[in-house]
Design a protein around this ligand. Structure first.
Ligand SMILES: [Fe+2]
Length: 343
């Protein structure tokens, strides 16, 4: 049967992964490890919860097979900690138990377990479930890699301009804070955090001669610069996890009166998340040095923004909320030299 399973695995194109076995019973643990190694998996086995957690950090398993009943830290607690750690929260955990009580399964679900297996273990069932979870983990890793590439690209663009250092991180924090104050759902707040980092990723298409030009841009240069929201949206579009980030990237230079770009949206046509990020973007630009002017103090920056609001550029209600947030002690960005980040 093991040979049949191996053939099925080979035909499906599945690549074996790294499995961590956690069980205080050495005979059961070693038997399982031997069988899984025979299937081509890279296996590490440990006897208690503390060792499991340290191996999660050092071995970086793709799957954890975790016994529930162990002396010291039990499987529920180990699972809870794995799922509470950012680096391992997406690592699948299968709880292995002799317990059949429903409440134990419920407790397992509550601590984030991905699947359950009952003792005595049916090896073919274990293989089938492991393969399924490992495939899912591979997809997750690929997705995370793609996101990682985009964030790295965004950071490298920020690094091109010495005047914009730290801008994206500040933007991310301010936007998410204003989003929370406005009662936005968690997925939109997360989108704001991500957009703070990647909103200007389209500047990858803007030459240094334009991006770093200290004086006013010519009409042609302005046109190139104004393509960056659309280019950025196109770069990030293939990632479904960026679905809520895309409208922020595209519309972070629109203005309330329709005089912005790229689509000249007006008032409520502008996505609220984009309007939020934009206020933070403008404020951060005003409160940091530029090659041709010094940073404005907090009060001066807000005064300028309210004057721009009188001109019709910003949503007044949102600007009032932003002003209150800044006035209530949101950490003002430390003055840094600033380039062509927001205007
Ligand atoms: Fe921008």
């Amino acid at each position: 049967m093991a040979a049949l399973v191996s053939i099925a695995v080979a035909e499906s194109g599945y690549m074996p992964g790294k499995i961590l076995i956690v069980d205080d019973e050495s005979a059961a643990r070693l038997a399982l490890a031997t069988l899984l190694r025979r299937e081509g998996f890279e296996v590490t086995e440990v006897r208690d919860g503390a060792a499991a957690l340290s191996h999660c950090a050092s071995f970086c398993p793709d799957l954890v097979l975790l016994d529930i009943l162990m002396p010291g830290m039990n499987g529920f607690e180990v699972c809870r900690r794995i799922k509470a750690t950012p680096e391992t929260r997406l690592t699948p955990v299968v709880l292995i138990t002799g317990l059949s009580a429903t409440e134990d399964r419920i407790q397992g679900i509550n601590v984030g377990a991905d699947d359950f297996l009952s003792k005595p273990i049916d090896f073919n069932e274990l293989l089938a479930r492991s393969r399924s979870l490992l495939r899912l983990k591979q997809f997750t890793d690929e997705l995370e890699n793609a996101e990682g590439v985009l964030f790295s690209l965004a950071e490298s663009i920020e690094a091109r301009d010495p005047y914009t250092r730290g801008h994206c991180e500040r933007l991310s924090q301010m936007s998410a804070r204003l989003g929370e104050m406005r009662g936005l759902p968690e997925d939109e707040i997360k989108a704001l955090r991500w957009a703070g980092i990647v909103h200007d990723i389209g500047k990858v298409a803007v030459p240094d001669a334009i991006l770093l030009k200290p004086g006013a841009l010519s009409a042609d240069e302005t046109e190139i610069m104004r393509k960056h929201p659309v280019v950025g949206e196109r770069i990030c579009a293939p990632l479904r996890t960026f679905r809520l980030v895309l409208p922020i990237i595209r519309h972070h230079h629109e203005r309330h009166d329709g005089s912005g770009y790229p689509d000249g949206l007006r008032g409520p046509q502008i996505p609220l998340t984009a309007a939020i990020l934009q206020l933070a973007d403008v404020y951060d630009a005003l409160t940091t040095d530029r090659p041709y002017r010094k940073a404005s103090p907090r009060e001066e920056a807000l005064k300028i923004m309210h004057e721009e609001c009188d001109r019709g550029w910003w949503n007044r209600e949102l600007l009032d909320a932003f002003t209150m947030m800044i006035g209530n002690g949101h950490p003002s960005p430390s003055p840094k030299k600033m380039g062509r980040a927001a205007r």
